[in-house]
Design a binder for this molecule. Sequence first.
Ligand SMILES: Cc1cc2nc3c(=O)[nH]c(=O)nc-3n(C[C@H](O)[C@H](O)[C@H](O)COP(=O)(O)OP(=O)(O)OC[C@H]3O[C@@H](n4cnc5c(N)ncnc54)[C@H](O)[C@@H]3O)c2cc1C
Length: 381
Amino acid sequence: MNKIIIIGTGLAGYTLARELRKRDQESELILITHDDGSSYSKPMLSNALDKGKTADTLVMADATKMAIDLNAEIWTQTTVSAIDADKHQIQCDRGAVDYTHLVMAIGASPIKIPFAGDGADQILTVNSLQDYGVFRQALVAGRRVLIIGAGLIGCEFANDLSSQAITVDLVDLAPQALGRLLPAAAAQELQQRLADAGVNWHLDNAVAAVHQAGKALSVELKDGSRVETDIVLSAIGLRANTTMAKDAGLDTERGIKVDRYLQTSAQDIYALGDCAQVEDLHLPFVMPLMNAARALAATLSGDKTTVNYPAMPVVVKTPLYPIVVCPSPRPVDGSWEEDVSDQGVRAWYKDEQGKRIGFALTGELVKERMAMSKEIPDWLG
Ligand SMILES: Cc1cc2nc3c(=O)[nH]c(=O)nc-3n(C[C@H](O)[C@H](O)[C@H](O)COP(=O)(O)OP(=O)(O)OC[C@H]3O[C@@H](n4cnc5c(N)ncnc54)[C@H](O)[C@@H]3O)c2cc1C
């Protein structure tokens, strides 16, 4: 019998399983995860406070319910340690297990910088429900948070925390929030709105060291200043989990390399979600993994289908200043053309030939995102 194993029960693993079951109720399906297998929406981690949600109430279904709904076995608290592509076999805590088709949906891990100081080991990151539980527990004792990184996730947390009267310091190397995702005028307005809500900005700056200061932390910045805080949250980006694939001899770059069928360099092994790089694109967002899951479900049920990526804008969850960004997925030299009005900012990013390859919208203009997306060439057509 066809036996499909999916490693990972994040949005990628569960979305694929759901899509697969729409087409195929017969194949044996096993999902394996080293966490507890709770189904939740990861994007909600950075606006959960404002929405009145905790790590527990973010759970939409536990692993037992998911197993019933998906007509699948779900092995929780189980780590897959190795893949033998020739034998079509994985090694996990339960021993060796054979597969017909294997899917890696194993996500990415927060990038960690080894900062100096005796408080550096207390820096938190949030990339899972479990991490979020630890962060919320820390917020019970301390109401001051210093965030490293003013990218999408850093700005979203800054908005969410400040909505609950938590003191936020936001540090970034760049001179503006959201780096290359936003033109200057829009970034300036976002910074102003967050500052009005109490966020202290430390742009063009960096964390040099984190020191213990009694029960609190004292963060030393590159410009010589110090910030007293209770929690340091690092939001400087993620790196795809590629070690297991590399050890199995699969091709990897910024992610586990897959073709348009989501197939890795090994027969019958596929990858999608934050761990995967589709052709040259590593896009750790929800829309790309949804598209990938639909295509892969079709392929695994016998209808070979390639994944297509239209331009996929991302909604930045900063209700203090609504923003939608649609950056070019590939590094391209170009410049912003901004149109600033009372309604917000409408900006096109144009390449050196003047072709529109990205955009940003703010304020009331975010409603134009679908119309503007249509003017951007497909990312993978
Ligand atoms: C705070 C935050 C906010 C975000 N907001 C947005 C947003 O607004 N819009 C957007 O598009 N994207 C957003 N993202 C990104 C989006 O959430 C991710 O792209 C998506 O959730 C990734 O899902 P995944 O299943 O690929 O990975 P993960 O959710 O990381 O799942 C990986 C799974 O693999 C399992 N696993 C890993 N290794 C092993 C192993 N060896 N053995 C067994 N199991 C293993 C883990 O237990 C887990 O179940 C956000 C991300 C964060 C962190």
